[in-house]
Design a protein around this ligand. Structure first.
Ligand code: G3P
Length: 217
């Protein structure tokens, strides 16, 4: 499973990249606003930190406008992945961009039928929003499971990029289902490392080690 950071915060991205476990980054208009940065500049800086896909989202709603914005964004770096919404114009744009060899992440997916359409449009990634799905009384993990089944039935190449992740269980369940990517806030990635028994175990080992009076090297 690939781990993407869902943020435009450069410090967080650098910290995660230093672990060697960061496989890419996703941004969206809300995350760009939160960063307080210019979309072109911050996307360029992110692309200099990771070689993995960096999703940058168009904001136009019509195909021609999306294509114009995509042209601006994809010139930033080779690892820019264009994010388009799951609409007719978004999938029309997806089809054209992927045909030209550009990575496309189809976002704001909330149904398996939408995911089926995105795969037919040649999407590189589909982003089902499990957290928002759960927030509204639907079953986010069932959505991921349905998409996995459909994509395997037809051997679609589109990668399932689980988004809107709220907690580590979303990551765990997505991995058990076989999603390809999890994109999550840096705090959740960091939380995956944590376990109280690991901390207690380290504490106990160090206490006993100090009692030996030894040092290594
Ligand atoms: O990548 C999509 C993600 O940023 C949405 O998360 O928490 O706004 O539902 P959230």
């Amino acid at each position: 499973m690939k781990f993407f950071a869902d943020t435009a915060d450069i410090a967080d991205i650098r910290e995660l990249a230093d672990t060697g476990l960061l496989d890419g980054v996703t941004t969206n208009p809300s995350l760009i606003k939160k960063s307080g940065r210019d979309i072109i500049e911050v996307t360029k800086e992110i692309c200099s930190i990771t070689d993995g896909p960096v999703s940058a989202e168009v904001v136009a709603l019509d195909h021609d406008g999306m294509m114009r914005e995509a042209e601006v964004l994809r010139r930033i770096a080779d690892n820019v992945c264009i994010k388009v919404p799951l609409t007719i114009d978004g999938l029309k744009t997806c089809k054209k961009l992927t045909h030209d060899g550009t990575m496309v992440n189809v976002t704001l997916c909330f149904s398996a039928n939408q995911a089926l359409l995105a795969a037919k449009a040649g999407a590189s990634f589909i982003s089902p929003f499990v957290g928002r799905h759960d927030d509204n009384g639907f079953d986010g993990m069932a959505l991921i499971s349905d998409i996995r089944l459909i994509y395997d039935n037809y051997d679609f190449g589109t990668e399932i990029l689980v988004a809107s992740i709220r907690h580590p269980i979303h990551v765990l369940e997505s991995a058990k289902i076989g999603a390809d990517v999890a994109t999550m806030p840096p705090a959740i990635i960091k939380g995956l490392f944590k376990h109280v028994l690991t901390d207690k175990g380290i504490e106990g080992f160090l206490k006993d080690w100090e009692a030996t009076g030894q040092s290594i090297g």
